[in-house]
Design a protein around this ligand. Structure first.
Ligand SMILES: NC(=O)c1ccc[n+]([C@@H]2O[C@H](COP(=O)([O-])OP(=O)(O)OC[C@H]3O[C@@H](n4cnc5c(N)ncnc54)[C@H](O)[C@@H]3O)[C@@H](O)[C@H]2O)c1
Ligand SMILES: [Zn+2]
Length: 362
């Protein structure tokens, strides 16, 4: 399946494929095989790098391979600097494709290095987590974390190709797969009734890792993200709807401690929370949405309530620090119904009411 993306003056395909076969030839179109650099990490390298190299070499590419350390804690300027050094030592030029093989952490770091080395070299995303396939590899946001917060340094750099090889998911732990489900539910709510109903119908098959169900959901999800990104490549306005569930989600992640709740789990909870808030405020035009989302999130194996020991006051403080804050108001993304999502401003003194809507294991 080829999904065209048009964003920020760039046009590229997201290919949702059974495996890696065909990637080397697709990359050679218009530029011929030459040198390329694969950047991966120590977890993914032994699982999938040899197959990727064989695919590329089979299509005539000469492949250099580099690694960045694994894990969110290594999504830093130091890792970026070391990678830029490695790319320069590998003598990349402005025509040398750099391929990011791994999850969103690797994709974000490699993307930022590709955006900055020589002021930009061609980037290919080869996402190997479900989250990276449906979210981080599409849309051109790249970057690293700093002591001041997550993703505060980065660049918009659209890839020239995204290749989601579904067979790489075979080695992905269930907990990481579930994180991808969190973003898939978010995209389904953004897309509308039909997408949400499809997601509901496919939930058992997704949990069972049915290949056809995964292929369908990844493609649907990418289409939704691509459509939003196309309208607003540099996040001036409408792209902010992609933060649905993330205001509460980010707060939960930081208060519970990164690693206690994974990102996709926190997003699912944040989505439930903001939907219940919309219900309490009388904004919903589809009254069944909170119940439907709770059933779907549970069916996908994601949590439907936050840990009992999470402190609501700490959550309120964390929400107040959210970077979406603007002139004393909090920007929130509110679902009124599937496909009907609006940005609203919430006075900061109403944040405790928002927190109350969050399901907590009491
Ligand atoms: N750029 C964007 O638009 C965007 C959007 C959403 C998220 N993100 C970023 O993405 C990151 C999260 O990405 P993630 O959830 O993919 O986490 P991750 O990259 O940390 O991957 C999770 C773990 O799974 C391992 N892994 C990856 N593929 C595997 C496979 N096929 N088999 C076995 N193990 C595998 C990874 O090495 C890692 O240990 C965060 O840093 C977030 O900020 C960016
Ligand atoms: Zn997210």
């Amino acid at each position: 399946m080829h999904i065209p993306v048009v964003a920020g003056g760039a046009e590229y395909d997201v290919v949702v494929a059974e495996g890696l076969t065909g990637l080397g030839a697709a990359l050679a179109v218009g530029r011929g095989p030459g040198r390329c650099v694969v950047v991966t990490n120590p977890v993914v390298a032994p699982l999938h790098a040899a197959r990727l190299r064989a695919e590329l070499e089979g299509a005539g590419w000469h492949v250099e391979q580099l690694e960045v350390p694994d894990g969110e804690a290594n999504k830093t300027l130091a890792t970026w600097e070391a990678l830029v050094g490695g790319l320069l030592a590998a003598r990349v030029d402005r025509q040398t494709p750099v391929l990011a093989l791994g999850g969103g952490v690797t994709g974000d770091i490699v993307g930022f290095a590709a955006a900055t080395v020589l002021r930009g070299v061609p980037l290919v995303q080869v996402p190997t987590t479900l989250l990276a396939m449906v979210d981080s590899s599409v849309g051109g946001k790249t970057g690293v974390n700093t002591a001041s917060g997550k993703n505060l340094v980065g660049a918009f750099h659209q890839p020239i190709l995204v290749w989601a090889a579904l067979d790489t998911l075979a080695t992905l732990p269930d907990a990481e797969l579930r994180c991808g489900f969190g973003e898939i539910v978010k995209h389904a709510v953004l897309a509308g009734e039909e997408a949400l109903a499809t997601c509901e119908a496919l939930a058992p098959a997704l949990v069972a890792r049915d290949p056809a169900a995964l292929a369908r959901m990844v493609a649907d999800s990418v289409r939704t993200k691509a459509a939003v990104v196309a309208d607003d490549p540099h996040e001036q306005g409408r792209r902010a709807v992609l933060n649905l569930g993330h205001t509460l989600g980010h707060a939960l992640e930081s208060v519970c401690g990164y690693g206690v709740l994974r990102h996709g789990e926190a997003v699912a909870l944040g989505l439930l929370g903001i939907t219940r808030f919309a219900e309490a405020e009388g904004w919903l035009t589809e009254p069944s949405l909170p119940r439907r989302l709770e059933s779907l999130i549970a069916a996908l194996g994601l949590p439907i309530s936050a840990p009992a020991d999470v402190d609501p006051a700490a959550l309120a403080r964390a929400v107040g620090y959210d970077k979406k804050r603007l002139r004393g108001m909090l920007r929130i993304v509110v679902p009124y119904a599937p496909g009907r999502i609006e940005l609203r401003s919430l006075p900061l003194d109403e944040v405790p009411t928002l927190i109350q809507a969050l399901p907590i294991d009491r």
